[in-house]
Design a protein around this ligand. Sequence first.
Ligand code: AMP
Length: 468
Amino acid sequence: MMFFSRRFSAKKSITRKLLETNRTKFSWVRRFQPIHTTTHRPTRGSRGGTSGRRRRRRPVSAPAATPTTPQPASQAAGPLAEPARQGFAAFNLAPPVLRALKVLGFEEPTPIQARSLAPILQGRDLIGQAHTGSGKTAAYGIPLVQRLRHRGAVQALVIVPTRELAIQVTQSIQALAQFTDLKLLAVYGGYDMSLQTAALRAGVDLVVSTPGRLIDHVWQGTIELDQVHVVVLDEADEMLSMGFIDDVERILSWLPPGTQKLLFSATLPERVRRLASQFLDKPVSIRVADTEETIPDIAQAYSTARGEAKLDLVCRLLKDEAVEQALIFCRTKQRVDRLTRRLRERGIEAEAIHSDLTQARRTAVMKRFRRGAVRVLVATDVASRGIDVRRVTHVINFDCPANPDEYIHRIGRTGRAGRSGSALTFIGPKEHGLLKAIEKRVGRKLERWPEDEDQPSPPPRPRRRRRR
Ligand code: AMP
């Protein structure tokens, strides 16, 4: 999508083009195809020589998902093979699950679901390399709902890195369980423990939790693990980068032998691999697409504007009604607060979210953002993982993300649920190397914001004379 193409020379029409990106509808099939070329990071099974071109889209029933470890022939052709063109009917799901899928409008399994539902339903351990937005919550949520019965004792755990994700995952699984009597609970820190304890005493079948608070409940005896037979580690790489991996390891070591273990992660750093080889039993490995991410169709641009010009550009964009909801990322909590204040001073209603806010405040802001009551949310990277708000049409990286991974996580907050989206990233004078790394990672050039070209180029630096 050339929304930033130079041929739209009038500034207004460029802005308009950027703002219009969300108006195109995309089918699920299209959404789950990678936009990467295979040139930059060839992986096993990738085809070379497609530089600069998008790969041909394949139907969902024959996705680009590839097992990353060799499967025994019997499995490759047997029950683990992806069912051909039968939608969810191929998985013998119970009527309440099928009914929920119908209500949710899930007609066809996404590639990660098509690949992982059968092995999970069979009780196999699994490593799923999939990004948020790939439908991975339902990939483990459907089998959980199918296999659990209401007993009022914790039988399954889903461990996630952030509180926001705990709430979201609970809501997603609750939607799948709406025609069952299963009881779910989100358990996370920063929230009154006694309220969670009371809810747990009332009888909960599935707990979605951050690692630290789960450990607190286990120590306190309010969560007992002896009935647990499935555990899901969601966003394992993020748990590693947030320093939770030792806690996760501790929880895994407490689980009854034979517990089914499912690990989902966008990337598989060495430490996560080690954890998997220590705790998972002959896991089936599934990876969606040749690269780790599946990026929906997002128009991506960058600007080198600085200071007031940067703020002017952001305000101009946000004032356009085509921006349904926008997520703006800043590097630090202080910068989030300052930008939120400055936007408000300029008449733009914005809310801030970062880890210094109380949990009650964070939850309230996210709730309002999800409902659409907050249009502009300014955030640190706390909001870059897993958050699924369909109406986010624009992501603005007010501060450039620290690395290409973080860039992918941030822009993945738009272009969700089959919509397209737009992302604008501000690049500082010393961040051009980072821009190159991002472009390499996403397999395309980011369009330069056209108005930048009107800015005079900075005068060349005077060369230092060498001392003789
Ligand atoms: P996730 O990757 O789990 O965050 O899911 C991303 C989005 O995809 C969520 O809004 C889900 O409701 C949606 N989704 C998951 N599975 C399907 C499916 N089979 N068909 C349509 N939408 C889906």
